[in-house]
Design a protein around this ligand. Structure first.
Ligand code: ADP
Ligand code: MG
Length: 273
């Protein structure tokens, strides 16, 4: 198997900047794709695609923000008209809370676009942000899918909560989609990991879904690449995840076994200050 730099990004010089795509086992057809954090940034093609993606995501966020604004308004009216003893009352509060979280997220995406791809960073406890994002993911998930989370307190990260939300939500929603037909297990783990002599946060999002063929794996980080029907996929999830992880100076690694599942591993730097 050729390194990815020779296939899709032919002008890449072989250097520490590499994307390593190799077969782990010929029989299992397991493919490992490792992306170093500082690669691709100066690739013109990708940069222009990302710019288009930024415009597109700004448009979507803007429309979505308007819809959330309506949901917030109507749920406030419904809360006002519902007695606290009514079983619907707590559900309405949850709708309001989550719509407000969604609005916060879309506003962050919009401000991210406005600031020319710079997310506002603050020191946040990673396991808190990941846990909150998982709560959003759980809403409306089919009973055929079991979600198991094991989040250690791995300390802080210099990041943006909306960015962490986007990483977790995109990776989990893809995993859930991959298990839509047969159901399965979504595991989310957060641990510390020693990599290259440094301790990192390691976030792993693993599913037992349909997995990916090698030919799919090659393209998953390309903006607008999707294997889903038009109504279900935009091809913007993983490029966004990749972009955010790059900004955090992190590394994303994907392993997939066609027919039995995938695992997205994200290494993120620890904020020690
Ligand atoms: N967990 C997964 N299992 C199987 N395929 C996946 C998984 N995550 C991503 N993919 C593949 O990567 C493609 C791109 O994902 P993404 O960028 O999030 O866009 P979208 O979800 O809109 O298709 C998906 O269409 C799918 O083919
Ligand atoms: Mg997606």
């Amino acid at each position: 198997m050729k390194p990815r730099s020779e296939t899709t990004l032919s002008n890449n010089k072989p250097s520490k900047e590499y994307v390593n795509l190799h077969k782990k086992s010929a029989t299992q057809r397991e493919v490992e794709l490792t992306i170093q954090n500082d690669i691709l940034n100066n690739k013109l093609l990708l940069a222009s695609k990302m710019e288009n993606m930024g415009l597109l995501s700004a448009g979507i966020s803007h429309d979505f923000n308007n819809i959330l604004h309506l949901i917030i308004g109507f749920s406030e009216i419904a809360i006002h008209k519902t007695s606290r003893d009514d079983p619907a009352y707590n559900y309405l509060l949850k709708i309001l809370k989550n719509a407000e979280l969604g609005k916060h997220l879309t506003e962050k995406i919009l401000s991210y676009n406005r600031q020319h791809n710079k997310l506002e960073s603050e020191s946040v406890l990673l396991h808190h942000s990941v846990s909150e994002a998982i709560e959003l993911v759980k809403i409306g998930v089919s009973k055929k899918i079991t979600i198991v989370q094991n989040l250690q307190n791995t300390g802080k990260i210099l990041a943006d909560q909306a960015g962490i939300f986007q990483i977790v939500m995109n990776l989990c929603l893809n995993a859930i989609h991959a298990m839509k037909v047969r159901g399965g297990l979504l595991s989310i783990d957060l641990n510390l990991k020693n990599h290259d002599g440094k301790i990192w946060h390691l976030l792993e999002i693993k599913d037992t879904g349909h997995g990916m063929k090698e030919s799919t794996m090659k393209n998953i980080f390309d903006p607008l690449f999707t294997t889903k029907p038009e109504t279900e996929g935009t091809g913007l999830g993983l490029p966004t995840v990749y972009n955010i992880i790059s900004q955090y100076q992190g590394i994303i690694t994907v392993t997939s076994d066609f027919g039995s599942g995938s695992c997205f591993s994200v290494l993120l730097p620890i904020d020690n200050y």
